[in-house]
Design a protein around this ligand. Structure first.
Ligand code: AN7
Length: 355
């Protein structure tokens, strides 16, 4: 039978009944790609390194896994409108699923701070997009207040159905590898996704599908690293706008995932993020957004600090949370611009130096 999305595939593990309408765009079932050249670039050529390509979801990010469930439950509960604060990907996903089922979608975004592709998605899918004079944390505070007072359903990852849907990514990794990776590196922003992956791993362990749990390795941008610093950051800064978050909603759960798994959460600089972003694209043919590349930058930093790990054959998964096409401006700012050449064979051959 053909693939029909994460609710259909993992129904037994999700809080749905026969009465839940399934609102799906056929999300999930994303590739898990071996990346041996990248492992060499990291300085850990023997690692069994995999990339989980979450940018291959229908709206180009992992948010679709949670949104299919949040939206299905919202419709089951007869909601007419959903609301979300977003650094971009949540708004793109909420807008798409809302369009599909015909509910109103309200989005608050930090003004001037979300990537072009994400903004175009929210607008194209017909959401009411309000760009506020404030950052993501301000937007989240406002949408929480609005959803407390008005009949609109909050679809940020504070919504437990978002976490339930997103945990299916762990299931996919295990179903494919037959075990959990020893380490999983992933970006951390509002910290819903690390919470969801950890929940997924624990559930599969409970069902006897794995013997060993992975170490959960979170990565924050150095200028937006409240969990690493141990205090909220009022003015977070990073080129990885998806994770430009100063006061994560699922802070405690992220710390629990880190500590229970024997993992860690560390920072990477914007320069390290861009380096990993370019290496993924040029060495592996994988174009992810900057926030996603933070996972690989974090792995590289960890390998540099831990030579035994770098020399090992451990199985490692890096979660590439969003597609590179989300943020074309950053891509073009990170590499040399195309050369302008006259439409003339001689001039072109002169440039190409083919032989
Ligand atoms: C590509 O869209 O918070 O730690 O509002 O878009 O679960 O927040 C996006 C977050 C990583 C961090 N990678 O995940 C939003 C939003 C990408 C992201 C994260 C986000 P969380």
């Amino acid at each position: 039978m053909s693939y029909r999305g994460v609710i259909d595939r993992y129904r037994a593990y999700l809080p749905v009944t026969d009465k839940t309408p399934v609102i799906s765009l056929c999300e999930g079932n994303t590739p898990l790609l071996r990346a041996s050249k990248l492992a060499q670039w990291i300085g850990a050529g023997k690692l069994n390194l995999y990339l989980k390509l979450e940018g291959m979801n229908p709206t180009g990010s992992f948010k679709d896994r949670g949104m299919t469930l949040a939206m299905s439950k919202a419709v089951e509960q007869k909601t007419r409108a959903v609301i979300t604060a977003s650094t971009g990907n949540t708004s793109a996903s909420a807008a798409a699923y809302s369009a599909r089922v015909g509910v109103r979608c309200i989005v608050l975004i930090p003004g001037g701070a979300i990537a072009l592709g994400k903004l175009s998605q929210a607008v194209m899918h017909g959401a009411d997009v309000l760009s506020i004079d404030g950052n993501f944390d301000d937007a989240l505070r406002l949408v929480r207040e609005i959803s407390d007072q008005y009949p609109v359903t909050l679809v940020n990852s504070i919504n437990p159905y978002r976490i339930e849907g997103q945990k299916t990514a762990s299931f996919e990794i295990i179903d494919e590898l037959g075990e959990a990776p020893a380490y999983q590196f992933m970006p951390v922003g509002n910290a819903g996704n690390i919470t969801a992956y950890w929940k997924g791993y624990l559930e599969y362990q409970k069902h006897g599908k794995i013997r060993q749990l992975p170490r959960m390795m979170g990565v924050q941008a150095a200028g937006a690293a409240p969990i690493v610093r141990g205090a909220p950051i009022s003015n977070p800064q990073t080129i990885a706008t998806a994770i430009r978050i100063g006061n994560p909603a699922s802070w405690k759960q992220a710390v629990a995932a880190r500590d229970e798994s024997g993992g860690g959460i560390d920072t990477v600089t914007d320069d390290e993020i861009v380096e990993a972003y370019k290496a993924l694209a040029s060495l592996e043919g994988v174009f992810c957004e900057p926030a996603s590349a933070a996972s690989v930058a974090g792995l590289k930093k960890y390998a540099c600090l831990h030579p035994d790990f770098a020399a090992s054959q451990e199985t490692v998964a890096c979660i590439l949370t969003g597609h590179g096409l989300k943020d074309p401006d950053r891509a073009l700012a990170s590499v040399a611009k195309p050369k302008n050449v006259k439409a003339d064979l001689k001039a072109i051959l002169n440039e190409l130096k083919l032989g």
